[in-house]
Ligand binder design. Structure first.
Ligand code: AHN
Ligand code: ZN
Length: 341
């Protein structure tokens, strides 16, 4: 009996040992016998995530601006829209303020500048600056009729702001750990009309709000790692090329933004092409006076070598705004910000 007991035990030990060996063998196989496993695990596989950006919201924010009517310095709609924009930024959880300034236009009008500022995570040192102008042109000098009447500026004024408002909303939802400042510059579009052969008689008559802010930023010694300007980013099939001032001051940022766009499938809008197109726009002053390397995402028309055909005409209304373009720009911008996170 005793012997049988021992035998039974021996058999049990034997089978147990087999089991342990089998399991151990399996384990070893997993860790050492397939040499490709540890090497593979060292390769960082970066998933390309398409950030949430709601083009319907951006479209709605453009429409709400346009519904005020033409919005140029000193007019009533301009005052109302300034409050609307500040409240939007505040409601999305940003620290919102209006910077006031004075300027004289090319035609000797004294205007009050209202730059609208939203600070996301103002306590963080590392910051990105996003900007667009929010004022609209007080005349339609590129039109053939009603040239002295102001335009609605759905694309030129409304579109960049609409996209940035939706970016602001998404920031507070997606909560990246990087500071972002959103500035809507005033009085960009009060510049002297070009006459005759000269394309630009007085470049410094444009961009009065960004010139003012660049000399006296909302915080003394304000710094951002880089800046991105949106201008006329709402038309169907918008075509963005490497603008020349952007390439002079911030070529790395141009490459960063255009490659993010390509990664997200928006290479049809963000085209890797430099066409000698140089635009006196808000980024010029942010680069040259505030010393923040900044780029301009601005529509370029291949056929005319100018802007969208609705530019500074009464055709610049909601009819030309396209949600696909808003989505392409918004996703790209958010993608760039989240990569800095
Ligand atoms: C000039 O025509 C000097 N600058 C074009 C910048 C602009 C006007 N963007 C929108 N409207
Ligand atoms: Zn304009």
């Amino acid at each position: 009996m005793v012997q049988l007991g021992i035998m039974k035990n021996n058999i049990l030990v034997f089978f147990l040992s087999l089991l342990i060996l089998a399991c151990g063998g399996e384990k070893e196989k997993n860790t050492t016998s397939t040499p490709s496993t540890p090497i593979e695990s060292k390769i960082e596989v970066k998933k390309i995530i398409t950030p949430d950006f709601n083009a319907d919201s951006a479209y709605q924010y453009i429409k709400e601006q346009v519904d005020f009517g033409p919005r140029f310095p000193n007019n009533e709609a301009h005052g109302k829209c300034a409050i609307y924009l500040k409240n939007k930024l505040a409601n999305f959880g940003l620290d919102a303020s209006i910077q006031l300034g004075k300027a004289t236009t090319f035609n000797k009008k004294e205007i009050t500048i209202k730059n609208i500022i939203g600070e996301y995570k103002p306590e963080l040192e590392r910051r990105i600056l996003l900007f667009a102008h929010w004022d609209t042109r007080p005349f339609a000098d590129q039109d053939t009729k009603d040239m002295t009447k102001p335009i609605l500026g759905a694309n030129d004024g409304g579109s960049g702001v609409g996209v940035l408002l939706e970016v602001a909303r998404q920031l507070t939802i997606q909560n990246p750990e990087i500071g972002v400042d959103i500035i809507f510059f005033d009085a960009e579009d009060y510049g002297e009309p070009s006459s005759g052969m000269s394309m630009q008689s007085n470049p410094d008559s444009w961009c009065l709000g960004s010139q003012f802010w660049s000399r006296t930023p909302h915080r003394p010694n304000y710094k951002a790692e880089f800046g991105i300007l949106l201008d006329m980013v709402g038309s169907a099939d918008a075509y963005f090329t490497h603008e020349a001032i952007s390439m002079t001051y911030a070529p790395d940022i141009v490459r960063k933004v255009w490659s993010k766009a390509a990664q997200l499938g928006h290479g049809n809008h963000f085209v890797n092409q430099q066409v000698g197109f140089q635009v006196t726009d808000d980024h010029k002053y942010v680069n040259e006076i505030a010393n923040i390397p900044s780029i301009d995402i601005i529509h370029y028309d291949k056929n005319t070598g100018s802007f969208h055909h609705s530019w500074h005409t009464h055709n610049d209304n909601m009819d030309i705004i396209d949600k696909n373009t808003l989505k392409a720009v918004g996703e790209t911008l958010l993608g760039v910000i989240l990569d800095e996170n």
